[in-house]
Design a protein around this ligand. Structure first.
Ligand SMILES: [Zn+2]
Length: 489
């Protein structure tokens, strides 16, 4: 400040301006005040006279009015007066900051094209403007840079728009399909940020283009866990794939032999943006009943009997239900108003030890040997016929054992249409399953006997219609012949 105050009374100081190529720094202010002082009559306004007088006064009676007036510089940009600053160095530094900021936004060195001039004059202290105002003005003059609303998704800038309201409306329109009258919040799962900032004008994008990106799906590989009842073709169909496409994603998978919880790779459309909404809903619905178990030593272990059937209650619920892209994710019950209490179900659970001759529910092989003939259609004895069991080869007299516990309902030699079985045994396992053991050489049990799993019931032979020693093992479920392979371990 002291240095500047000296200027009107000393010879013109060398111009402090830097030589710049893109814009010129005019510092006539260092000379103009002198011209003004030496040619006072050229001054145009009474204010200038006042300034002159004030300067003169302030020099001769230093300090008296310096708290009101001070030396200042009128800053103009391309001939437009912006205001008064106390130190033109501040403006120079502002220009440098503007150029540095523009350079970092544009990704290259940037030089302001505007002419920035200073004119020295005295000014009232409260007429000085902050240099930040000049900085903002200069920044707004850069055509390649403008203040925009920048949309950033997942940390990646998607584009900029000059219409903040339109951008916000576009984002709301993506949430809109998932918003209901009960929706209390709707948020994007991915971080979506809109900021007002200076960007290169080349970053401007049509809002409709940004919307297209945000509402697009990408195909991604996702793990799928096989559920009971799934088939390869149904899974492919559910995810819009052909069987061939699903096979390509899962080389080495036997498409006819899936198991529960097997992991398959599927291709699934994953939305660019996911919308999580929470609805607050009130609705009526059932109340589940509790189950009380009572031990009962008159019932065999593994069995139970309902003593009092449970009855569901009825209630009004208030819940916060969260959805991901419209699919329910979680339901938090806030309050329950019960109108009808549920009735607890009472179940007697058996504790009585099971007799050895009671079926376990799990078969064992009645005989280990080569399978001569499987269940199903076959050509034998000169014609096609349906083979009702498994033919398990064995040496003459080898032990045949009961596949599970039960009661022998037949042990003897087949007659009439059962002639072909020869000597055979039928066991009723008293759980809907029966087993038949045919072509035996000897019978070790009598009709009416109870047998345990693994008990020897007969010897291997070739009685009836048989071409060699084997056991014809047949399984019936509720009277209908079924494939033994589905029951054997
Ligand atoms: Zn057979």
């Amino acid at each position: 400040m002291d240095e500047i105050l000296r200027y009107p009374h000393t010879a013109p100081a060398p111009a402090p301006a830097k030589t710049r190529e893109a814009h010129s720094w005019h510092l006539p202010s260092l000379r103009l005040p002198q011209i003004r002082f030496s040619h006072a009559t050229q001054r145009r306004s009474p204010l200038d006279v006042a300034i002159f007088l004030t300067v003169a006064l302030s020099v001769t009676a230093a300090g008296i009015s310096s708290h009101l007036y001070c030396p200042a510089y009128q800053v103009s940009v391309d001939g437009v007066d912006l205001g008064l600053v106390s130190d033109y160095h501040d403006v120079e530094r502002a220009v440098e900051r503007v150029e540095a900021r523009a350079g970092s936004i544009l990704g290259r060195e940037y030089t302001l094209e505007q002419d920035v001039d200073f004119r020295f004059q005295l000014a009232q202290r409260d007429a000085l403007m902050p240099v930040s105002g000049i900085e903002t003005y200069l920044f707004d003059q850069i055509g390649e840079v403008m203040k925009t609303s920048v949309l950033t998704v997942n940390g990646k800038m998607l584009g900029a728009a000059d219409n903040d309201a339109a951008l916000t409306a576009m984002l709301d329109s993506i949430k809109a399909p998932f918003v209901t009258e009960n929706t209390v919040s709707a948020e994007f799962v991915e971080p979506v940020v809109v900021t007002r900032e200076y960007t290169a004008t080349s970053a401007l994008r049509e809002i409709s283009d940004m919307r297209s990106v945000l509402t697009s799906n990408s195909l991604e590989r996702v793990d799928y866990f096989v559920k009971a009842g799934d088939t390869f073709s149904a899974i492919a169909n559910n995810y819009g794939m052909t069987i061939a496409q699903l096979q390509e994603l899962n080389p080495g998978v036997d498409i006819n032999n899936l198991w529960v919880d097997q992991v398959l790779t599927i291709s699934q459309a994953v939305p660019y943006l996911s919308v999580r909404t929470v609805d607050n809903v009130t609705y009526d619905g059932p109340v589940a009943f509790a189950v009380e178990e009572v031990p009962d030593d008159s019932i065999y272990q593994g069995f139970s009997k309902v003593l009092v059937p449970g009855v569901e209650g009825w209630a009004t619920y208030n819940a916060d239900v969260s959805y991901l892209n419209g699919a329910e994710q979680e339901r938090i019950i806030n309050s329950t108003q019960v109108h009808a209490e549920p009735i607890t179900q009472v179940v007697a659970v058996g504790t009585k030890p099971r007799p050895k001759t009671m079926a376990t529910g799990q078969f064992q092989w009645p005989l280990y040997g080569r399978i001569n003939s499987t269940y199903g259609s076959r050509y034998i004895f000169g014609s096609y016929s349906f083979h009702t069991g498994l033919d398990i080869a064995g040496s003459y007299g080898a032990a045949i054992t009961a596949a599970d516990g039960g009661r022998v309902t037949f042990s003897g030699t087949g007659t009439g249409s059962y002639w072909s079985y020869g000597n055979y045994v039928v066991i009723d396992h008293e759980n809907g399953l029966q087993t038949i053991y045919a072509h035996c050489s000897s019978l070790k049990v009598k009709t009416g006997d109870r047998v345990y799993k693994g008990q020897v019931i007969a010897g291997v032979g070739a009685t009836g219609r048989a071409t060699g020693n084997h056991c014809h093992f047949q399984v019936k479920l509720n009277g209908t012949t079924v494939n033994p392979y589905n029951y054997l371990p």
